[in-house]
Design a protein around this ligand. Sequence first.
Ligand SMILES: [Ca+2]
Ligand SMILES: [Ca+2]
Length: 87
Amino acid sequence: MKLKRKLASFVVAGIMAVMSCSALTSSAYNYDANGDGDVNMSDAVYILQYLCGNFEPADLNKCDVDGNGVISPMDAYIVQGHIINLW
Ligand SMILES: [Ca+2]
Ligand SMILES: [Ca+2]
């Protein structure tokens, strides 16, 4: 029974992830998290380094790529997806 629940929650999480990909196509996103004028993997690393507590960015707002008011691994994920043309 527990296995079925875990499997069901895993499937639901997968479906939600796929559905959220379409929401990640906004052109309003600021992918340049580190503000150097380029969008590349260093922006995703910049966000993740902040989340790991390695430094305090000069402009925290730039790390909130999707503009939801929270800086999370999802912001780095959005940058990575943009770089590889996933969305
Ligand atoms: Ca950048
Ligand atoms: Ca965010």
